[in-house]
Design a protein around this ligand. Structure first.
Ligand SMILES: *Cc1c(COP(=O)(O)O)cnc(C)c1O
Length: 372
């Protein structure tokens, strides 16, 4: 049996007629940038996130960049975030000329460790970006408490967490201004690049709306120095169709994860932290093992594709060496980077496939009695 890591074709096949009809409509109208479908999608996505405003942009990275600008981040300000994330969390801080201050994550949840915040805060700290890694929301209660106490803006990097909840609140509804990605493999994926900023704050929403389109209030009247971060109408039309199914797909992800939990609990592996009442979005199902390379190779030999999210934390990436964090500075993130292994997970994955992955994992581990 072959088990791919993710598989987008099955979903397209199921939606082909609906998506093609939506695309044909866009072609017929020929309003290819910020057409009416963009606003339609924004309304649907804002409602889904339980916020007043969603502003569609051309990537999750752009969404984070505009959220930071709207939050007032200026050169030499400090923004606290984690190193155990995709570089797109950190790059937009540098686009603002601000300084990323990287802290460690909790070894159980793998998310920002709120107990490390106080020590990282200085008079220059203007924002905190918790990342909802793999679709599990960061521990927002204590994060908001510390942030509010110091009057610091919280920006959720919800790029992996569509539909996840924390104490009943949806991802994107807790921070002041928050970012999502619609990269094709995300829980809600475009057929190209896409992202959104979501917020309850009308003034910030208006600023982001201007910034994504060169600060243009009316045609050729520019009141802010902005960017070309506009969403393409085709992507909005596709995303609008897909919005109808997002909860079904997340439920399917949760079901696949549930099959994994049932079959893997006996094995000497650390499984993802599972909130008891809240919803994990299961963008990624990662296990933690000190025998990662051996297991990854053995699974590959048996037709099972895996990935690593992420093999190198941001502070140890060559491009970010100038941030000045050496090896050993964020020990939990560094350890996780060596032990994470993401198993196949996508909504259309079958129980038979999960059975196969878990049987193979059991066999591989049984042959290696020292595996922990
Ligand atoms: C995907 C992702 C981003 C960036 O999104 P793009 O749409 O690829 O620009 C940012 N942060 C995290 C945690 C992500 O997973």
């Amino acid at each position: 049996m072959q088990v791919p890591f993710v598989e987008l074709k099955t979903q397209y096949a199921a939606l082909q007629h609906e998506i093609e009809a939506a695309m044909t409509k866009v072609f017929a109208q020929s309003q290819f940038i910020l057409g009416p479908e963009v606003e339609e999608f924004e309304q649907k996505f804002a409602a889904y996130c339980q916020v007043q405003h969603a502003i569609a942009v051309n990537s999750g990275t752009s969404a984070l960049h505009l959220a930071l600008i709207a939050a007032g981040i200026k050169p030499h300000d400090e923004v606290i975030t984690v190193a155990m994330t995709f570089v797109a969390t950190v790059a937009p801080i540098l686009y603002c000329g601000a300084k990323p201050v990287l802290i460690d994550v909790n070894p159980i949840t793998w998310n920002l460790d709120p107990s490390q915040l106080e020590d990282a805060i200085t008079p220059r700290t203007k924002a905190i970006i918790p990342v909802h890694l793999h679709g599990l929301m960061a521990d927002m209660g204590p994060i908001m408490k510390v942030a509010n106490h110091h009057n610091i803006t919280v920006i959720e990097d919800a790029c992996q967490a569509h539909g996840a909840t924390y104490q009943g609140k949806t991802a994107g509804s807790i921070g002041k201004i928050n970012a999502f990605s619609f990269y094709p493999g995300k829980n809600l994926g475009a057929y190209g690049e896409g992202g959104a900023v979501v917020t309850q704050d009308s003034a910030l929403a208006e600023e982001v709306r201007l910034l994504r389109n060169f600060g243009q209030a009316e045609k050729y009247h520019h009141i802010l120095k902005g960017f070309n971060y506009r969403m393409e109408t085709l992507q909005a039309a596709i995303l609008s169709v897909k919005m109808k199914y997002i909860d079904q797909w997340i439920q399917q992800r949760i079901q696949v994860a549930q099959w994994y939990y049932e079959r893997l609990t006996e094995l000497p592996l650390q499984l993802p932290y599972r909130p008891t009442t809240d919803r994990h979005g299961f963008h990624v199902f990662a296990i933690r093992t000190s025998h990662r390379e051996m297991i990854k190779q053995a699974l590959a030999n048996r037709g099972i594709a895996t990935q690593i999210h992420y093999p190198t934390p941001v502070h140890l990436q060559a491009a970010y060496a100038d941030l000045g964090y050496g090896k050993g500075s964020l020990p939990v993130s560094e350890q996780l980077a060596q032990e994470f292994l993401s198993l196949p997970l996508y909504p259309e994955m079958t129980e038979t496939q999960v059975d196969y992955v878990c049987e193979q994992l059991q066999q591989i581990i049984a042959k290696q009695p020292t595996v922990v």
